[in-house]
Design a protein around this ligand. Structure first.
Ligand code: FES
Ligand code: MG
Length: 589
């Protein structure tokens, strides 16, 4: 061991072994003894490794981590560390009202307090369900102690009537069948439930699998971690390996700031395009970068991601689910294709301590049925398009899910210009109340707009922009209309929507000034969305605008709304972004 490493004192020794203050040391130690730990263990100089536990009975997507933690602990012990498991605020995407998005920043805050305030030298982040991954990475970035991601893995593939049934994606299809009268209530329930086969998170390339794949692409998990299905034996094995690796990371003082560099974020945007990642990824990645102190913007998704082709054939953009993604080679195989095409910075370091190029030397070869070669993609230029105009600063559109029918109807114009009238809804309740009203006059050149669904408006920002046309239109064969909103949409949805419009209506963004019947022009070539009204008219409407009354139902809603920024800048708690690298050097407590 070299001298610099020898001279390090572990942070945890400030609690458990401070010769200058035996009184406090005794106090810190004595309570840990009460479940059988010994003073010898706590004063052994072995790294104390936290396991940030996101699983619980109310977070079923991550519940598997309760069992995996035993394998992590075994790995930590085998490598000479001491594990301490602790809970962080749970986030269940489908169960939390009003939105799980509201809780990402709360889980982040709670993790920062724990990592900063307790004797922890390094941490295993147990990720899975959508917001648990960014919340954990944001917290690790702020505190900047050695950290490694352990994904929980996707559920096994679902099946329905002889074909694959993927989480979330099957819901959108089942809703259409229910609306068209093709199935009844019971049939609807069975169809939806068919996708949930085992422990694990969503098995489509929705937000969960996307964000775990992005964590691996950032270099924050062991190679191959993201795609292993939750129920496979390899999941328990990588949990053990992850526990072993974090102990060495502490000894090497390998920290998030060594791994999550600007180049790593650029790599991650490229990977996101190639896998057809969820439209929730841009705000999450921008948030992680901001807490890491790396300058990254939504526009970077256009610069680095828009021209990247879609390589991974997974739902909702393609056919397969998590098991085939894993067998096809997972994230490492995709990155190998991308690196081969010269699209990645391969000198970045990962949690392995090696460079990406060194990691990729061990990558599995892609099964080209699932992961296409770079030069034979499923779709060219498949990343997110970042839009702006006279209504907003930025919004994103997921190009990889625009279906052929939609392209033909709306984008056949060589200039890719779409013009139509807007119908504006004041939120999901208003949409559900009125969408079937014939008086709305929805036709096939209507843009459905939903507002007051952003971080401040909802609060948290709701996944509601993927609105369906009226039932009569669906029956007649028109399955989607362009939609736009200041909320988000589920990562499992294949709707051609303009999402995450920032700034949102609730803080006076341009959507607040729209009236139903206004005309709008969407030009995908110039990436401009403009409301076709005069500047004078816009100014008159702005002068007449009053902010909506926001009703807070919990203390956190009020605190969140008073500090949250817009989706375009990550939806962060703005004051929190000023706390960078709060443990400047090891040994500072
Ligand atoms: Fe939790 Fe999809 S709802 S992973
Ligand atoms: Mg979601």
């Amino acid at each position: 061991m070299d001298q610099t490493k020898k001279s390090f004192r572990l942070r945890s020794q400030r609690w458990f072994d401070d010769p200058e203050d035996p009184g406090m040391t005794a106090l810190y130690i004595e309570r840990f003894l009460n479940f059988g730990m010994t003073r010898g263990e706590l004063q052994s100089g072995k790294p104390i490794i936290g396991i940030a536990q996101t699983g619980s009975d109310i977070a079923p997507c991550n519940r598997h981590h309760l069992a995996l933690a035993d394998r992590v602990k075994a790995g930590i012990r085998d490598a000479g560390g001491i594990p301490l498991e602790f809970p962080i605020h749970p986030i269940q995407e489908t169960g939390k009202r009003p939105t799980a998005a509201l809780d990402r920043n709360l889980a982040y805050l709670s993790l920062v307090e724990i990592l900063h305030g307790y004797p922890i030298d390094g941490v295993v982040l147990t990720t899975g369900c959508d917001k648990t991954t960014p919340a954990c990475l944001m917290g690790a970035a702020t505190v900047n102690i050695p950290a490694i991601v352990l994904s929980g893995g996707p559920m096994l593939d679902g099946h329905w009537k002889g074909r694959l049934s993927g989480s979330g994606t099957i819901v959108w299809e089942a809703r259409k069948q229910l609306a068209a009268g093709e199935i009844n209530y019971d049939g609807f329930m069975q169809m939806v439930a068919s996708s949930a086969t085992s422990v694990g998170h969503c098995n489509t390339m929705g937000t969960a699998l996307s964000m775990n794949s992005l964590a691996e692409a950032l270099g924050m998990s062991l190679p191959g971690c993201a795609a292993i299905p939750a129920a496979y034996r390899e999941r328990g094995q990588i949990a053990h390996a992850t526990g072993m690796r974090i102990v060495d990371m502490v000894k090497e003082n390998l920290r998030p700031s060594d791994i999550m560099t600007r180049e790593a974020f650029e790599n991650t945007i490229v990977l996101a395009s190639a896998i057809g990642a969820s439209s929730n990824c841009p705000p999450h990645l921008v948030a992680i970068a901001r807490h890491m102190g790396v300058h990254l913007t939504t526009e970077d998704w256009q610069t680095f991601g828009a021209d990247i082709p879609l390589l991974v054939d997974c739902q909702p953009a393609g056919r397969f689910l998590g098991e085939m993604f894993y067998r096809g080679g997972g994230v490492q195989a995709v990155m190998k294709e991308l690196a081969g095409a010269g699209k990645l910075h391969t000198t970045v370091r990962t949690v392995t301590g090696r460079t990406l190029a060194e990691d990729l030397a061990h990558a599995p070869l892609a099964d080209h049925e699932v992961i296409r070669p770079y030069d034979k993609p499923l779709l060219e230029q498949a990343g997110f398009v970042v839009l702006s105009g006279n209504l907003f600063d930025n919004a994103v559109m997921k190009v990889s899910v625009i279906d052929a029918d939609f392209r033909k109807r709306f984008l056949s114009d060589p200039e890719d210009i779409f013009e139509g009238k807007v119908i504006v809804f004041e939120g999901p309740e208003d949409y559900h109340d009125r969408i079937e009203d014939p008086a709305l006059g929805v036709d096939d050149h209507t843009v459905l707009v939903i507002r007051n669904c952003g971080p401040v408006g909802y609060p948290g920002s709701a996944e509601v922009v993927n609105m369906q046309p009226p039932g009569e239109m669906i029956k007649a064969g028109l399955h989607s209309l362009p939609t736009m909103g200041d909320g988000r949409q589920s990562g499992t949805s294949a709707s051609p929507s303009i999402l995450n419009v920032s700034p949102e209506a609730a803080v006076g963004g341009g959507l607040a000034l729209m009236n139903s019947g206004d005309r709008i022009r969407i030009n995908l070539k110039t990436r401009k969305v403009d409301l076709l009204i005069s500047e004078e008219e816009m100014a008159t409407r702005r002068a007449a605008w009053t902010p909506p009354k926001l009703l807070n139902k919990t203390p956190w809603e009020e605190i969140y709304r008073s500090m949250v920024g817009q989706l375009g800048t990550g939806g962060c708690l703005e004051p929190a972004t000023l706390y960078l690298n709060i443990l400047e050097t090891r040994g500072e407590s």
